[in-house]
Write a protein that binds this ligand. Structure first.
Ligand code: ADP
Length: 172
């Protein structure tokens, strides 16, 4: 198993699947969600709408999969991270679920290479160091049990997250 860390724009990464930090409406938003829909084109939103019509909103910690439209990736996995509320609403468990459920959906679709943004650390205000610890622990645990993912990329948009991940990943 291989974990890679880069600083950049997740829409540019050529992997089987990129993960989107979506909101439960699945109808697009700001931040990484907006960037993915802008760069991937309308096919992604069309498929999100069909999923919504079929199953309703996406619950926090759950994930759905769509085409990646014009992006270099094959799929976008849309997961909904928790909004930080001082740790009172099981946000840590829900953030972990967002990573694990994205990975479960990925392997179900034959994905071998996957890129994650720093879910919930933008407008959802999850404290970055805690979010990074949860993300790294969750994916390491998953990859240790399931060898179908050959490369997992953490894509940090900001230097602050990049530095946090860099330190965490060098530690163990
Ligand atoms: P959330 O609502 O889950 O907090 P945001 O999109 O606001 O989602 O932020 C999640 C993370 O995505 C933030 O760390 C933000 O810096 C990062 N981000 C924003 N644009 C991009 C991008 N193009 N590629 C990768 N990460 C991005």
């Amino acid at each position: 198993m291989k974990i890679t860390l880069i600083q950049g724009d997740i829409t540019q990464i050529k992997v089987d699947a990129i993960v989107n930090a979506a909101n439960s409406s699945l109808l697009g938003g700001g931040g990484v969600d907006g960037a993915i829909h802008r760069a991937g084109g309308p096919a992604i939103l069309e498929e999100c709408r069909r999923i919504r019509d079929r199953q309703g909103r996406c619950a926090t910690g759950e994930a759905v999969i769509t085409t990646a439209g014009k992006l270099p990736a094959k799929y976008v996995i849309h997961t909904v991270g928790p909004v930080w509320n001082k740790g009172n609403d099981e946000e840590k468990r829900l953030l972990r679920n967002a990573y694990i459920n994205s990975l479960l959906l990925a392997v179900k679709h034959g994905v071998e290479t996957i890129a994650f943004p720093n879910i919930s650390t933008g407008v959802y205000h999850f404290p970055k160091p805690i979010a990074a610890e949860i993300a790294v622990a969750a994916v390491k645990e998953f990859l240790a049990q399931d060898n179908r993912i050959t490369n997992l990329v953490f894509v940090c948009h900001e230097k602050e997250n990049y530095d946090i991940y860099s330190e965490l990943l060098s530690r163990n």
